[in-house]
Design a protein around this ligand. Structure first.
Ligand code: ADP
Length: 287
């Protein structure tokens, strides 16, 4: 398997490459990750079961979409494919550090710039992709209410109802036109999975985003997710708001947008996320 991957890297980069050392990299929740090196060049490799090749392909295409926006830095995808019984994706290795306030402010500014890259085809993307390992459907849709209700909330609620009880889910879906009334966001490029584990700063101070689940949607979905699971440093929000001020209604929609990710966590990991989703539904319906 390792030879097949090394050969694919050589073919793609046009430079000889063989794996002289490999080291497991922690932090991911879905895949096995490695640093692979020949002593000179280093790459980041993710492995999963062969059935997950499409997931890696869409991740690589998402990284390319963000790279093409010339806003936020992402690791450049190198190649992806199948080796024996594994699917793999190889990308540029980036030396990541903690980053200071200035770098996080720049991250905010660059995300604001990415959120001004508009689609002429509406909400969605040219590809379906995954959020974690859950399918995420992105059919081009002209209005945000329909897109968010059908392809984000209803999809996750249907999956979640197979093993959990969400008594107010139909009420929530029916309330969506009211909850989003008067809100007409532009379809802009969003990262789609922007929690703190997917944002970092290189050791040279450059903000980077990882592991996207891109589509064209309401920019507020990204900002809302930065506030989940730990949150981003305050300077990030300063940078973002100075560049592209948030709409006053954002605070009201935040819980509605983060519900998608909590439902997805319930679908991926089960446990207390179901109760958390129900509390969020109650909160949304009482607001
Ligand atoms: P998963 O898809 O399994 O969640 P991630 O893409 O989030 O995996 O990567 C797991 C961890 O590996 C990240 O949190 C980060 O610390 C590190 N990492 C991700 N991409 C790179 C890269 N291109 N170069 C170096 N380290 C990386």
């Amino acid at each position: 398997m390792w030879n097949t991957i090394a050969q694919h890297i050589s073919q793609t980069t046009g430079q000889p490459f063989e794996i002289r050392d490999r080291r497991s990299v922690g932090g991911g929740s879905i895949n096995q990750a490695y640093a692979i090196t020949d002593g000179e060049q280093t790459f980041f490799l993710k492995l999963n079961q062969a059935t997950q090749l499409a997931m890696f392909e869409r991740e690589a295409l998402g990284l390319k979409e963000i790279a093409a926006s010339h806003t936020l830095r992402v690791p450049r995808p190198v190649c992806w494919g199948l080796a024996e019984s594994s699917a793999y994706v190889v990308m540029e290795w980036l030396d990541l550090g903690a980053g200071n306030a200035q770098a996080w402010q720049k991250m905010g500014q660059q995300l604001a710039a990415m959120h001004q890259v508009e689609s002429s085809q509406g909400f969605g993307w040219s590809q379906d992709n995954t959020i974690g390992s859950t399918p995420q459907l992105n059919p081009w849709t002209s209005d945000w209410l329909t897109f968010y209700r059908e392809h984000r909330l209803r999809y996750q609620l249907q999956l979640a109802s197979r093993r959990g009880h969400f008594p107010r889910s139909a009420t929530l879906l029916a309330a969506l036109p009211d909850l989003l009334a008067g809100h007409e966001p532009k379809p802009v490029l969003v990262h789609g999975d922007l929690w703190s584990g997917n944002a970092a700063v290189t050791t040279t101070g450059e903000p980077v985003v990882l592991d996207p689940a891109v589509y064209y949607g309401d920019r507020e979905v990204d900002v809302a997710m930065t506030e989940l699971f730990g949150g981003f440093p305050a300077s990030f929000y300063q940078g973002y708001n100075d560049a592209y001020a948030l709409d006053p209604g954002y605070a009201r929609r935040k819980v509605l947008y983060n519900l998608y990710h909590i439902l997805n966590h319930f679908n991926l990991f089960g446990g207390g996320y179901g109760a958390q989703a129900n509390r969020m539904i109650d909160q949304i319906l009482s607001s």
